[in-house]
Ligand binder design. Structure first.
Ligand SMILES: *[C@@H]1O[C@H](CO)[C@@H](O)[C@H](O)[C@H]1NC(C)=O
Ligand SMILES: *[C@@H]1O[C@H](CO)[C@@H](O)[C@H](O)[C@H]1NC(C)=O
Ligand SMILES: [Zn+2]
Length: 437
C-alpha cells in the first residue's frame, strides 16, 4: 500500500470503533459492572421458541413474509430454527465435535452445492464469535432461510434497495455454503441473560483469581496465526492481544485452546475446498480483507508471518517502506479479495443507506490470532491446504441509546439484516464469478 493511502486509513481507523470500545484497546483491563451496563439494552431477546422445536421454520427478511422478528433470536432458537430448515427443506446439519465449557454443542448447516460430498462446499459463513455483537447469528440463520425459501418457491430476494432474481439465488446456492450461525453459544447465552456487554467465551480455567468478571477467552485472538506475542514488535504486542485473563482481548493459554475456535478449524479441515470465508462482527460499517497483521505487500514473499527474522518489527503499519516489514500477499490474491470485497461492500452500502468502508484489516488495528488471518494463512503455513479468501465484516451502528453500544435498536437490527444479507448474496455471486476452485 502506498503511504498516503495508509495514513488516510489510519486516520479513519482512529474514529472507527469495530468490536472493541476505545477503553478496551491496549490491554483492555475493563471489568464489567452489571449496574453500569444495564439500562436501555436495545431490542429485546426472544423468550420462547418461535420455531416450536423445529415444527415451524425461519424465513428471512428478503423473502417477503418473514418470521416474527420483534425480538432477537435466543441461543436455543438457532438450534430449533436450523431444525425447522431440516424439516422444511431437507438440508443437512452437523454438530462440531467439541463441547463448550458449559457443555453446549455448536451446530452447523450446509446448503447448495452440486452434491453432498464435503468437497462441494466452497464458502463458509461464521456468526456470533463475539457474544455481545447482537444480530450476528440472526443474520446468518435468516440469510440461509431466505435462500432456501427462494429456491423452493422460484422467487428472488429483496434487501432494502437491493433485489436479486431467482437466477441469482440459484447461482448463489451453487457455490455450496457451510454456516455456523452461532459459534460462541456460552458467551451469547450469558450476554443475553445478563445484558453485561459480554464479548468472550465463558471459560474460567485460565483465570486464577476466580473473579467472575475476569473469565473468558477472546475467541478472535485464539486462532493459530502469529498467536505468540513474541512474534510482534514490542510497541504493538500489548494491543494485538493480551496474556491477561481479565483483558477483553485475552488470547487463551495456547492457540486453539478453546472448543469454539477448534470448531472453526474443524470446519476448514473437513470442508477442504472452502475458498471463501466471512466472520460476521459488529459494529463499524467495515468490510475488512487480509491481512490483519501488517501492511500488505506483494513483492517480497519471504516477509511473512512465518519468518522470525521480522518478529521485532511485525505489526507496525506505519513503516510501509520496502526495507521494513509488510505481510506478503500475491498481487493476484490481493486483487481477488479487493475485487470481491469492494463488490459486496458497495452492495451493503446500497441496501439500507449506511456507508460501508472496504479496507485492509490491519488498518483498523493489527491483531494476533484472528479467524480471518488464520483462514487465509493456512495455505501458506501448509501448502497442502486450500487457499481461503477471508473477510471480517463489521456491520451496523453503535447504539447511542444503550449502555452497551453493540446492542441494536429495533430499527438498527432491521437495517443491519438488510445490509448483511445483501452483502452475503453479493459475496456469493462474486465468489462464483472469481472462482470456487
Ligand atoms: C404471511 O405469514 C402469515 C403467518 O404465517 C400468514 O398467515 C399469511 O397468510 C402470510 N401472508 C402472505 C402474503 O404470504
Ligand atoms: C526470512 O527473512 C530473511 C531476511 O530477509 C531471509 O534471509 C530468509 O530467507 C527468510 N526466511 C524464509 C524461510 O523465507
Ligand atoms: Zn467482534
Amino acid at each position: 500500500m502506498k503511504f498516503s493511502q495508509a495514513s488516510n486509513v489510519l486516520l479513519l481507523a482512529g474514529l472507527a470503533n469495530s468490536c472493541l470500545l476505545p477503553e478496551e484497546r491496549a490491554g483492555g483491563h475493563i471489568r464489567r459492572s452489571l449496574n453500569r451496563r444495564q439500562g436501555n439494552n436495545g431490542k429485546a431477546i426472544g423468550k420462547g421458541d418461535r420455531f416450536n422445536g423445529g415444527s415451524s421454520f425461519p424465513r428471512g427478511i428478503g423473502s417477503g413474509n418473514a418470521t416474527d422478528m420483534s425480538t432477537i433470536l435466543n441461543v436455543n432458537e438457532v438450534t430449533t430454527g436450523l431444525q425447522g430448515l431440516v424439516n422444511a427443506y431437507g438440508i443437512q446439519t452437523f454438530v462440531t465435535p467439541y463441547k463448550t465449557y458449559e457443555g453446549r454443542t455448536i451446530t452447523g448447516a450446509k446448503i447448495g452445492g452440486s452434491g453432498t460430498a464435503n468437497t462441494n462446499y466452497h464458502v463458509y459463513l461464521n456468526g456470533a464469535i463475539h457474544a455481545r455483537e447482537r444480530g450476528s447469528h440472526d443474520s446468518v440463520l435468516y440469510f440461509i432461510s431466505d435462500l432456501l425459501y427462494a429456491q423452493k418457491h422460484g422467487t428472488g430476494l429483496t434487501y432494502g434497495k437491493k433485489s436479486y432474481t431467482n437466477a441469482d439465488v440459484t447461482k448463489a446456492l451453487s457455490t455450496g455454503i457451510v454456516v455456523t450461525p452461532l459459534i460462541n453459544p456460552d458467551g451469547v447465552n450469558y450476554d443475553q441473560t445478563s445484558n453485561s456487554c459480554w464479548r468472550k467465551n465463558r471459560n474460567p480455567k485460565s483465570s486464577s483469581s476466580g473473579d467472575p468478571d475476569t473469565i473468558g477467552v477472546d475467541l478472535n485472538r485464539n486462532f493459530d496465526f502469529a498467536w505468540d506475542l513474541k512474534k510482534w514488535a514490542s510497541s504493538v504486542a500489548s494491543e494485538v492481544a493480551s496474556t491477561d485473563p481479565s483483558s477483553e482481548v485475552f488470547h487463551g493459554t495456547a492457540a486453539f485452546s478453546e472448543p469454539e475456535t477448534q470448531a472453526v478449524k474443524y470446519i476448514l479441515d473437513t470442508y477442504t475446498k472452502v475458498r471463501w470465508f466471512i466472520d460476521l462482527h459488529s459494529y463499524a460499517g467495515d468490510v475488512l480483507y487480509s491481512w490483519g497483521s501488517d501492511t500488505d505487500q506483494s513483492t517480497q514473499p519471504y516477509k511473512n508471518f512465518l519468518n522470525s527474522t521480522y518478529d521485532s518489527i511485525r505489526g507496525i503499519t506505519s513503516d510501509s517502506t520496502s526495507s521494513k516489514y509488510g505481510e506478503y500477499i500475491s498481487s493476484e490474491d490481493l486483487n481477488n479479495v479487493q475485487t470481491a470485497g469492494n463488490r459486496f461492500g458497495n452492495v451493503m452500502s446500497t441496501a439500507a443507506g449506511r456507508k460501508y468502508t472496504v479496507m485492509q484489516s490491519a488498518y483498523l488495528y493489527p491483531t494476533s490470532g484472528a479467524s480471518d488471518d488464520y483462514a487465509f494463512s493456512r495455505h501458506i503455513a501448509d501448502p497442502t491446504k486450500n487457499k481461503v479468501y477471508s473477510y471480517t465484516i463489521e456491520f451496523g451502528f453503535g447504539n447511542n441509546q444503550a449502555s452497551c453500544p453493540f446492542y441494536p435498536t429495533a430499527a438498527q437490527y432491521t437495517s443491519s439484516l438488510q445490509e448483511t444479507n445483501a452483502g452475503f448474496m453479493e459475496f456469493l455471486l462474486a465468489a462464483a464469478d472469481i472462482g470456487l476452485e
